[in-house]
Design a protein around this ligand. Structure first.
Ligand code: DI6
Ligand code: FE
Length: 359
């Protein structure tokens, strides 16, 4: 049970940060894709595996077959691992159902996870993640289903806070993405985009054109795309876990993001294929080690800028009037949060002004 922070807790030494925010996850899914890890070690690429019916489609089969209870049961341990490191707000995407009933099932599980745990869950409908097998070769028809049925249903049932799409040569084209975004706009939902992860598909500029909350991945984004994001105040979400697991060599354009003053967030991208990651602190380290962010930039990436990537203005900062979502860390200097690998210096969590964990 929570208790009022001020009365019951005496803050010893250490540092307080805002509650951490993981603004990009796909943590609700069923099944296991550890075998693909072995296939990739043996030389297969992520795209090869996807083209052969593995990858996202393998998780879609397992997720469709799972009941809502099973899905909840399989997903909750992943969420709990994030919470163990001070996450108090998490975004969860659908995208492994790919039909109306199963996409809504996934979003309902995400909402239930939020109700049952000490965390705020923001849900994102990612029905445009892959073309399901029953629409093979008919991507445009599947996009029609997404626009005419799935987006309106998710909005009507208030199950989605935003809409996302995977704009990529193995995902959806810019034209298809535009249709999905127009449907989202008609339903009154903000958009986000998986943009320019594997190739420059013009995703960053497309996200900006629709005033997206964020454009995510961005390894291959062009300078013009980044400039457009700056004008639209679209947040860049960098995902070092996927970069690392895919052994990507093309770095996201961090210098260009800085030069254009684009707010930059960091997230786990927790998913069974490209980022089986449930440690946001590890992402802080990787954002610094791999992408050369400063520890201060990385910390802003999981607090203030992550809140912005979700369109949340009431959190992510320590200031009067903000939600009292706080984490107490047993550290001497903030840089330690990004410096150490495998250490978890969490000493306490306050959520909405109530102590929910005290070591
Ligand atoms: N980009 C990603 O990194 C994940 N989805 C996406 O659009 C990968 C999802 C998976 O492989 O299951
Ligand atoms: Fe993702």
């Amino acid at each position: 049970m929570g208790r009022p922070a001020a009365r019951s807790a005496t803050v010893r030494g250490g540092w307080l940060t805002p509650g951490l925010i993981d603004c990009h996850t796909h943590l609700v899914y069923a099944g296991n894709r550890a075998r693909e890890f072995e296939q990739r070690l043996a030389g297969a690429s992520y795209e090869d595996i996807a083209r052969e019916g593995g990858g996202i489609q393998a998780t879609v089969r397992a997720t469709r077959a799972a009941s809502e209870e099973q899905l909840l049961h399989e997903s909750e341990p992943r969420l709990k691992r994030l919470l163990d490191e001070g996450v108090t707000t998490v975004e969860i995407k659908s995208g492994y159902g790919l039909d109306t009933a199963d996409e809504l099932k996934l979003l309902r599980v995400a909402r239930r996870l939020g109700a049952a745990n000490a965390v705020d869950v923001q849900t994102t409908l990612l029905a445009a993640h892959a073309v399901p097998p029953e629409y093979a070769g008919r991507a445009a028809d599947y996009v029609s289903l997404v626009c005419e049925e799935i987006v309106p249903a998710a909005a009507r049932e208030r199950l989605a806070d935003a809409v996302d799409a995977f704009c990529e040569r193995i995902g959806f084209s810019p034209d298809h993405t535009r249709r999905v975004f127009s449907a989202a706009r008609a339903a009154g939902l903000r958009v986000k985009l998986h943009a320019d992860q594997l190739s420059d598909s013009g995703g960053a500029a497309l996200a900006a054109e629709f005033g997206a909350l964020s454009a995510d991945h961005l390894e291959h984004a062009s300078d013009a795309g980044i400039a457009a994001m700056a004008s639209a105040h679209t947040v860049a979400v960098l995902l070092p876990g996927a970069f690392y697991c895919l052994r990507e060599t093309k770095l996201p354009p961090v210098a260009v993001l800085r030069k254009n003053g684009v707010a930059t967030a960091i997230a786990t991208d927790c998913n069974p294929g490209t980022s089986p990651v449930t440690s946001l602190l590890l992402m802080l380290n990787m954002a610094c080690t791999l992408f050369r962010l400063t520890p201060e930039e990385a910390l802003a990436g999981v607090t203030r800028h992550a809140a912005q990537a979700l369109g949340l203005t009431d959190r992510g900062l320590l200031e009067a009037g903000a939600r009292a979502d706080l984490v107490l860390w047993d550290i001497d200097e903030p840089v330690e949060l990004a410096y150490a690998v495998g250490a978890n210096p969490l000493a306490g969590i306050v959520r909405g002004g109530r102590v929910v964990r005290w070591a």
